[in-house]
Design a protein around this ligand. Structure first.
Ligand SMILES: NC(=O)c1ccc[n+]([C@@H]2O[C@H](COP(=O)([O-])OP(=O)(O)OC[C@H]3O[C@@H](n4cnc5c(N)ncnc54)[C@H](O)[C@@H]3O)[C@@H](O)[C@H]2O)c1
Length: 341
């Protein structure tokens, strides 16, 4: 049995990844270390919480005593590190915790791996990062692995700092690291605060759907299950010290995305009294809002023949079904008021 430490496995991408790895690899036991911040949910773990190959530990990645104890007690052979403060808006209003969790937390994990894995060069440390470390694009072009880092928000700066630490542990100590930088994920288990759940929830509530600025900011959308599959490939086959960009090959402006979701919801909910798109409301722009992200995943396709396998049409309809079920079966619809994403 192999022991894989996944951090942040009660969050959005982490919980999808725990589920993916448990289902695909019967010889893996997953140790899931999560602090259960506001972004985590017990519900995200419902499908695997009783799996005997899943060990949940509630704890903080910045707690070096705990992290070192986990490495020793479970003979951890690999790490996939998702845990982070992940919401850009929160990093603008309160950057402190982003510095602590995203930078110090990554450092604590690297140190624990370095100390525990002497003479174990096969043990892998996979750091999950973001395309936001590259800054913002104009109308054309896409981020490659050679694009210079130019983070613009405290969130992306904290992720960039963590990436640099990971790189330094490969260069200095020979730790077997890989980094993946992905674009915007969508799919089941995403926190209410993020753009797609916000659009769906506000539409169903018939409340104003907030869109920053003029809505023309462009994001590339990656289905979370395609992301998990790419992580699997890189974790097992990536070259030590390398970075790999993972994109969804589906760029959309925020306003186009919002209108598309409203149109699909009108149809799906057999809505006749209101066109959900009429609820769209522009709100003051996010400070330092990056205009456009686009990711070239050519290195992933050249090296591993990887490309996202889910069409946006399919991914979005699965996502809509998930949130319609969530929001129409819970009290969330009646009591939540989120005005930004
Ligand atoms: N969601 C995206 O679109 C996206 C895009 C690019 C990169 N990423 C990166 O992917 C990773 C996962 O993102 P997500 O969207 O699933 O985030 P999320 O906010 O949904 O989940 C983060 C998880 O980390 C846990 N956590 C936070 N601080 C912790 C700490 N100090 N100790 C232990 N656990 C802690 C939280 O409880 C939560 O379960 C992050 O590193 C993020 O930067 C996300």
């Amino acid at each position: 049995m192999k022991h894989l430490l996944i951090t942040g496995g009660a969050g959005f991408i982490g919980s999808n990844a725990v589920s993916y790895f448990l289902n695909k690899y019967e010889n893996y036991t997953i140790i899931n270390l999560d602090k259960m911040t506001y972004a985590a949910s017990e519900k995200n773990m419902a499908s695997f919480k009783d799996n005997p190959r899943h060990i949940f530990i509630k704890g903080d990645i910045t707690d070096s005593v705990l992290v070192e104890k986990i490495f020793a007690e479970y003979a951890v052979e690999g790490v996939i590190h998702f845990a982070a403060e992940s919401h850009v808006d929160n990093s603008i209003s309160g950057p402190d915790v982003f510095i602590k969790t995203n930078i110090l937390g990554t450092f604590v994990l690297l140190e624990a791996a370095r100390k525990a894995w002497i003479n174990k060069p096969q043990n892998r440390f996979h750091h999950i990062s973001t395309d936001e470390v590259y800054g913002s694009l104009g109308e054309t072009g896409a981020f490659t692995e050679d694009t210079a880092y130019a983070p613009n928000s405290p969130y992306s700066a904290s992720k960039a700092s963590a990436d640099h630490l990971v790189r330094s542990y490969f260069k200095t100590y020979g730790l077997n690291t890989v980094i993946t930088n992905c674009s915007n994920n969508y799919g089941p288990h995403q926190h209410d605060e993020k753009l797609i759940p916000t659009i769906i929830r506000h539409a169903l509530l018939k409340k104003p759907i907030p869109i920053y600025g003029n809505g023309k900011n462009v994001r590339d959308w990656l289905y979370v299950k395609d992301h998990c599959q790419a992580i699997d490939v890189v974790y097992h086959q990536g070259q030590a010290g390398e970075c790999y960009n993972i994109g969804g090959n589906h760029e959309l402006s925020n306003i186009t995305l919002a209108k598309l979701i409203c149109e699909k919801l009108n149809h799906r909910m057999k809505n006749t009294d209101i066109d959900y798109a009429s609820l769209i409301q522009y709100v003051p722009d996010r400070a330092g809002h990056d205009y456009r992200y686009a990711v070239s995943f050519q290195k992933m396709s050249n090296t591993f023949s990887w490309r996202p396998g889910t069409s946006f049409e399919e991914g979005l309809s699965q996502t809509l079904e998930y949130y319609i079920q969530q929001y129409t079966q819970s009290t969330k619809l009646s009591d939540k008021s989120v005005t930004c994403y």
